[in-house]
Design a protein. Structure first.
Length: 311
């Protein structure tokens, strides 16, 4: 009798843990090709196996910017439930794209945010990201730009003269923006930043874009402040392959970092429970064919199933 009660208790506990873990579904915003057809979405129940939504067709066609591309789409959900998205609108533009949505299907009118127009020689605005700061109740928008001649160190070590640094602006309403400022400069060519707040510390995942000698790997920097004071980059957290476009998700005890193994035309992942020791789990993950640099985020499963009609 005692054994039977214990078994029922364990079954109930397992059911409870499953219910808790299944309360959230993971989404991945991404682009395909060169970003011509716009926003794609994939979902996962476990953070390992990802499946495309909408038969892998685009949810939003890009219409802003000279090039009218939608690369590197980054989506963040606000406290009021609205999703905000920024993206790379072209290879050689001094601004980025922005739109918002309540359901990830119907989107607002697209806007072009000229965040680097004040720098007439700026070559680009690549891989913009969003971070919502609960303390100041404002959004940090940050990206990478090359301004020729601005930073001598790293200038001879990039591809085609690119020598990026990270910049940022802040906003509360996506209508008014603070002046653009420098976010990260540690004397090397850096792109593809993404920030997570962990126990009162801001953790910046980034790509060392140095070409000569080649690095092309992912690293971490840390700061007690959101917009300044980031440390020098750590040793690489990725392996002996070229990686870019990190996006980060906390799943149970592990931090998962997904990234584009772009020279191999496939996606990979590493994970860690302490953000210090990393395990490559690339062989455990699977993604829709052609998935490129985007963002992972979690939504409530009930909401997801109602909106996307997925069970």
């Amino acid at each position: 009798m005692i054994q039977r009660i214990s078994l029922l208790f364990l079954l109930g506990l397992c059911g409870s843990l499953y219910a808790q873990s299944s309360n959230m579904t993971y989404l991945f915003s991404y682009f395909k090709g060169n970003g011509e057809d716009g926003l794609h979405l994939a979902y996962s129940r476990d953070g390992l196996k990802w499946s495309s939504l909408n038969a892998d067709k685009s949810y939003l066609q890009p219409v802003v910017g000279t090039s009218k591309l939608m690369r590197d789409p980054c989506i963040v959900q606000a406290p009021d439930g609205i999703f905000h998205m920024v993206w790379t609108s072209g290879w050689t533009e001094r601004g980025i794209g922005y739109a918002s949505s309540r359901d990830l299907i119907t989107w607002s009118e697209q806007q072009y945010l000229p965040v680097m127009d004040y720098e007439p020689t700026a070559r680009n605005c690549w891989a913009p990201e969003l971070f919502y700061d609960k303390v100041s109740k404002q959004y940090l928008i940050y990206w990478s730009t090359t301004i020729p001649g601005r930073f001598p160190k790293g200038a001879s070590e990039g591809d085609s003269g690119y020598n990026h640094r990270m910049y940022y602006t802040t906003t509360t309403d996506f209508k008014n923006f603070s002046p653009t400022r420098l976010l990260y400069d540690h004397d090397f060519n850096v792109i593809d930043g993404t920030i997570q707040k962990v126990k009162g510390e801001y953790v910046l995942f980034l790509k060392d874009e140095t070409r000569n000698p080649p690095q092309k790997n992912l690293r971490i920097a840390r700061s007690k402040q959101l917009t300044e004071g980031y440390s020098a980059a750590s040793e690489p957290i990725t392996g002996k392959y070229w990686a870019e476009g990190p996006t980060v998700l906390k799943i149970k005890k592990h931090w998962m970092v997904y990234f584009d193994k772009y020279t191999e035309k496939k996606y990979g992942a590493v994970r860690s429970s302490d953000l210090k020791t990393w395990e490559d789990v690339s062989e455990q993950v699977s993604f829709p064919a052609g998935l490129r640099h985007g963002t992972v985020f979690a939504v409530k499963t009930k909401w997801f199933e109602e909106v996307f009609k997925v069970k």
